[in-house]
Write a protein that binds this ligand. Sequence first.
Ligand code: ZN
Ligand code: ZN
Length: 339
Amino acid sequence: MRAMVLREYGSPLALEERPVPEPGPGEAVIRVRACGLCGTDLKIAAGKLPGTRVPVTMGHEPAGEVVAVGSGVRNVTVGDHVLAHFYVTCGLCEYCRTDRESICRNLLGRVGFEIDGGYADYLRLPATSFLRLAPGIGFEEGAILGDAVGTAFHALYRRGHLRPGETVLVMGVGGVGLHVVQVARALGARTVAVDLSPAKLELACAHGADHALRYGGHYVEQVRDALGGEGPHLIVETVGRPETVEANLRVLRPGGRLVIVGYLPGSTFRVDPLAALLDEVSVVGSRACTKDDLGSVMSLVSRGAVKPVITRRFPLEQVNEAFSELAADRILGRAVVVP
Ligand SMILES: [Zn+2]
Ligand SMILES: [Zn+2]
């Protein structure tokens, strides 16, 4: 089979011929039908993420059809259409046992980061990493649920405790942010999309953002004007640059929550402890999503409340070209690789 392999940080992925994997006990193999491209891929390939290893087949948003299962596998069967939850976890620690497996203490690895991933014809994982797609969800849409849509849900619902009727500001409406807008709306919130790109803002409005703002001067006043005087209840920060986080801490309303989803590796931001105390603001991190979140996301997509946005498709051997497009910020919503 073909696989796109990161052999060395900072180098293009190499197209390699590999044997088709065979499932061991408890494992399943899928024929990959789509794998989403994520901004994190650029950080992995550049060697900017701690904990990754090379060589690795990249791709952490895979979906496909089960073609083989090992002994003892009960959750999936040959022919099932599935997506992969990209955190391969221990299943035993305190966090795994309480539906918080993205912070598993004995993480075995992340698919496409340390464990061979979905930019390949076939993918082998513990069978419990695969979740059956709900009826009506195709491979391309299913693929991007695993991170772009799942991460949006986790940030808003699990970590942001969003309640109907609240207002949400989405800083950055790229692959994840565009789905934060949609999930927030589906959960009953009013949304403000913020970005530098007019095309991304336009797409966010087409997918239900109530207000769109170009990030720039007088940001705090502009947000408050858009929302009728008060800042938002919840901010989902998908950019994570020190200046955007600090501006967002000024824009939150008293009692508001700032959820961090995006980051600039190695950077830090400042919090004024007195201001945080006086307004009782919360700053929380949100890491990927859980399998339980993916179940919720599938039902939102099944009933049409959220529409996964895929605007570009690339064949497997063009992952490097796709990375260049992503790095040049020329991809709206998500792109998928179709092996
Ligand atoms: Zn990702
Ligand atoms: Zn665990």
